[in-house]
Design a protein around this ligand. Structure first.
Ligand code: PBG
Length: 330
């Protein structure tokens, strides 16, 4: 039945009616806040392209975590800024490294907050790539298989420090299977893996690389991160990670990839995360600062759209503000 019998506006007449028929919920317990933790240097260091986000000392990271728990945010995703970098990224799997120390401090300060750790070498290598290098026929390139054991060592050290979930973001082939096998050998069978499954070589990571000092010294990440043009390949990546033992999958970035969030959600039965990345945050902040966008409404619309696309979990630099806004609207 069409107009005049069917009138779609009938169900939009009041806030209560709109609430009654709303199809998608957004709540703080779906949100994860990325945190940058520094091993040394100033207690807080601002990140120019990301107003409101700072690199924090271990003790300030623990304070920030306690505030996030108060607001009902589900968890944090930790990125470490080491005081020294080397060719093999040894800061990544140092038992006393930034992420390991921060994990212990946060679990003490906020035991119920989920600590998710980013497992990658790029913040720790002096060349800025996500693995160790070897000489290939066309110059240096990331050695896939030699990187796997270092990633596994990193994941083990995070889990031993108390991480609730480890999240490999390097995009090496076989990392999920290797990390699962090594965790199990160490009796860390209960540590879940959140795999950055469909992670694209994206221009939207720009501000993160400033924050983490992880811009590659030469070349780019296109030999390991995915080509943004590829949809079928993203599904293969997701299914492979599932076969290798991933407990949760991720699509990253989020905003330009809503089609893949939906498709992976419909293809796999695993919980799915969407990572609303640094450049996506910077765009909203810059437009809001210029007076071009209303920040609160824009952010809640973006986060709701990611839930509607199929994300169970949203990783966002807006987590703290969004949690505050959500508690005010109740
Ligand atoms: C590490 C990693 C990156 C991000 C998350 N993990 C950077 C990259 O791949 O260059 C980006 C996150 C963001 O932009 O918010 N491999």
């Amino acid at each position: 039945m069409a107009f005049p019998q069917t009138r779609m506006r009938r169900l939009r007449a009041s806030a209560a009616l709109r609430g009654l028929v709303r199809e998608t919920d957004l709540s703080a317990d779906r949100l994860v806040a990325p945190l940058f933790v520094s091993e040394s240097g100033p207690a807080r260091a601002p990140i120019e392209a990301m107003p409101g986000v700072e690199r924090l000392s271990i003790s300030l990271a623990a304070e920030a975590a306690a505030q996030l728990t108060e607001l009902g945010v589900a968890g944090v995703l930790l990125f470490g800024i080491p005081s020294e970098k080397d060719a093999r990224g040894s800061g990544a799997y140092d038992e006393e490294g930034a992420v390991q120390l921060a994990t212990r401090a946060i679990k003490r300060a906020a035991p119920d907050l989920l600590v998710i750790t980013d497992v990658c070498l790029c913040e720790y290598t002096d060349h800025g790539h996500c693995g160790v290098l070897h000489e290939g026929p066309h110059g240096p390139t990331v050695d896939n298989d030699a990187t796997l054991e270092l990633l596994a060592a990193t994941a083990i050290s995070h889990a031993r420090a108390g991480a609730d979930i480890v999240a490999p973001s390097d995009m090496m082939d076989g990392r999920v299977g290797t990390i699962r096998a090594r965790l199990d050998e160490e009796d860390l069978t209960q540590t879940p893996i959140l795999a950055y499954s469909a992670k694209f070589a994206s221009a939207f990571y720009g501000p993160f690389r400033e924050a983490a000092g992880s811009t590659p010294a030469f070349g780019d990440r296109r030999s390991y991160q995915m080509d943004p043009a590829n949809r079928r390949q993203a599904l293969r990546e997701a299914l492979l990670d599932e076969q290798e033992g991933a407990d949760m999958l991720m699509v990253k970035p989020a905003l330009a990839y809503g089609d893949l969030i939906r498709e992976i959600k419909d293809t796999s039965r695993l919980p799915l995360a969407a990572y609303n990345v640094s450049g996506e945050y910077a765009m909203v902040k810059a437009a809001a600062a210029a007076g071009y966008l209303e920040e609160r409404a824009s952010v809640l619309e973006i986060l709701t759209s990611l839930r509607r696309s199929g994300a169970d979990i949203i990783i966002t630099y807006h987590a703290k503000e969004a949690a505050k806004w959500l508690s005010e609207t109740r």
